[in-house]
Design a protein around this ligand. Structure first.
Ligand code: CA
Length: 341
């Protein structure tokens, strides 16, 4: 039998349909690898993503910022001086505030930098003392497309269907600098098969004005999560305490599928270690929103939280969250597995 181009196309669409059905029926609760397996390897490196993929993450997170030539890069901050050697390689390129910005460098320039474990730019000290040592081995910054190809390649070679969780970083700031990050990122996601609510993707952003714009003006049809700061105000000056009220959550639910609040918005601990639920998960669920708090760090527990075990139990059992961002995919996966047996 001759395999025509048309038959191949039908076969490919059948395979894609099966994959999207699988992602639509994803397990709950979700384990979201925060910047990859960042508890073990420098954040947002492909090595960290591979490790989290192997540890059984359901979703891998990408934080996105633009280069001078408008290429989305997987980086947590608009500054690059706390995770790279930029201060050594391009010493004259800092702004008046003393910081180095991804937006001031081309893709070719950023590719010359080495990525290292996160450190304090003033003191040089590592942020997490027991994590991967600074300056060892060789890591680089990836573009969004390089990372999507990497994850899709791993999905194919392992037979797993791990999703993506891209964050549009500081869109208001980007636009003030003359760069429209959302308008650049969305078509790339669509080109890689992330465009509808049944695709294995949650878009995320800390700015409600941008979430509304992404939905209403830019026509994003996929899932989107509104991130909520632990502090009162967002980077764009918005009131994040107000977002946690029933009225605020209703406003979010008109455009978004879920919220990603700081853990302290969901649960806190008294000085004697007693769990206190804030009620946010219940109110968000009543508004039809899923709740994916951030971030589980076994080496930096929330204030007064006695253990990683207590943290997982409070979030999953008592608060009833739908997923969590974790620096330690293996610990979170193991906790969920032990409770399901
Ligand atoms: Ca993030």
């Amino acid at each position: 039998m001759k395999f025509t181009f048309h038959m191949k196309k039908i076969l490919i669409s059948l395979v894609l349909a099966a994959a999207s059905v699988a992602s639509g029926a994803e397990a709950r609760p979700l384990v979201i690898a925060h910047r990859g397996a960042s508890g073990y390897l420098p954040e947002h490196t492909l090595a960290a993503k591979a490790m989290a993929h192997g540890m059984g993450a359901d979703f891998l997170e990408q934080d996105l910022v633009l280069t001078k030539d408008d290429v989305p890069m997987v980086l947590h901050d608009v500054h690059i001086d706390t995770v790279t050697d930029v201060a050594k390689v391009f010493p004259g390129r800092k702004r008046a505030d003393g910081r180095f910005y991804a937006l001031d460098f081309t893709l070719v320039e950023l590719k010359q930098l080495r990525v290292t474990e996160r450190f304090n730019a003033k003191t040089g000290a590592p942020v997490f003392a027991k994590r991967f040592p600074a300056g060892l081995s060789e890591f680089h910054i990836s573009t969004l497309e390089e990372e999507l190809q990497f994850i899709q390649g791993l999905n194919r070679s392992t037979g797993r269907a791990v999703g993506i969780y891209p964050e549009i970083k500081q869109p208001k700031w980007h636009r003030e600098q003359g760069h429209d990050i959302s308008r650049i990122v969305l078509p790339i996601l669509a080109r890689y098969g992330y465009a509808t609510k049944s695709d294995a993707c949650f878009l995320q952003c800390f700015e409600l004005a941008e979430v509304k714009r992404i939905r209403d003006e830019l026509g994003w049809q996929g899932r989107i999560v509104m991130l909520i700061e632990g502090k009162a105000k967002g980077e764009d000056g918005a009131d994040h305490n107000a977002l946690c009220t029933p009225a605020g959550l209703k406003e979010i639910a008109a455009v978004a599928d879920g919220i990603g609040p700081a853990i302290m918005r969901v649960v806190t601990w008294s000085s004697t270690g007693e769990v206190k639920l804030t009620g946010l998960v219940k109110t968000a669920h009543e508004a039809g929103l899923v709740v994916h708090p951030y971030t589980i760090r076994v080496d930096e527990l929330p204030k007064n939280c006695p253990s990683a075990e207590a943290l997982h139990a409070a979030l999953f059992r008592e608060a009833g969250i739908d997923g969590v961002f974790t620096d330690f995919t293996d610990v979170t996966r193991a906790w969920l597995k032990s409770k399901s047996e």
